[in-house]
Ligand binder design. Sequence first.
Ligand SMILES: Nc1ncnc2c1ncn2[C@@H]1O[C@H](COP(=O)(O)OP(=O)(O)OP(=O)(O)O)[C@@H](O)[C@H]1O
Length: 290
Amino acid sequence: MIRFQGVTKLFKRHRVLDGIDLGIELGERIALIGSNGAGKTTLIRCLLGEYTHGGEVTIAGGSPRRERTAVLGKIGFVPQLPPPLKMPVGQLVDFAASLCGTDPRRMHEIAARLGLDMQDILARPFNRLSGGMKQKLLIAVALGRDAKVLVMDEPAANLDPEARHIFFQLLAERLEDTTMLISSHRLDEVAPLVNRVIEMDMGRVVLDDRVADDTGLASMYNVHLSLTRADAAIAKALAGWSFADRRDGIDWHGQVPGPDRLRFLGMISRYVGLVARIEMAEIPDDLVLQ
Ligand SMILES: Nc1ncnc2c1ncn2[C@@H]1O[C@H](COP(=O)(O)OP(=O)(O)OP(=O)(O)O)[C@@H](O)[C@H]1O
């Protein structure tokens, strides 16, 4: 599906990509990880045909540089930094939909599922939306088309827990027929979403590993937590996960998306001295709200 062959990129004399060879097949979900400056964004930009470079990149046999419109119509891209566009939201969605020959209503539908009130923001300039709203809209624009390849740069970073869950569900609906490339600094953010991890360092691939495929992308867990005493810091952290205080800041209840279990427990581990009891149970599929 995607081929990088001997891809190199230099900025002045600085070699940012140093002979990248990678083959990525349909249905693979890749976490592209690595520290700041490792070359992840540059590799993605080469994949999107934005840079000249050495070597060759192809998507389904086509070159994203030479056949830009045709190839880019097959890719959904969620950038890390939203573009500073002043265009009203409604116009932006219509424009994006026309570029890839899709119905804008599909994008509206996904935005609504993510909790965006589209009617309310149609006439507002994109750059005036909040960070989370921009990210939801960019996800809707990327997913509301028949993309065979989804490229996402830290896509869930600004989303609240409810929207993260819907986002994971949306990805779960696309598992069979899409190749995903998800870039992140942090493996724990993306590990549950992927089946292969590629780590870059100084412009090279330093690790390429298959990981266990978590089939529970759309799963949800009921969580009961009891503390040894009330504490303002953990109360604030739990409120950020939309947990409800069931008894004087001591007993808490909430729901955690399956792919976020590790992140949630990571947060709890900071307060482990306060934890008396924790219970996590998967909610049966038919009871998880869509
Ligand atoms: N347009 C540019 N001109 C000059 N140097 C650049 C340019 N874009 C990136 N670089 C350099 O290329 C290297 C790789 O950058 P890149 O943005 O690809 O890394 P990254 O892995 O995506 O990092 P981050 O996680 O911080 O986003 C860095 O040293 C960066 O300074």
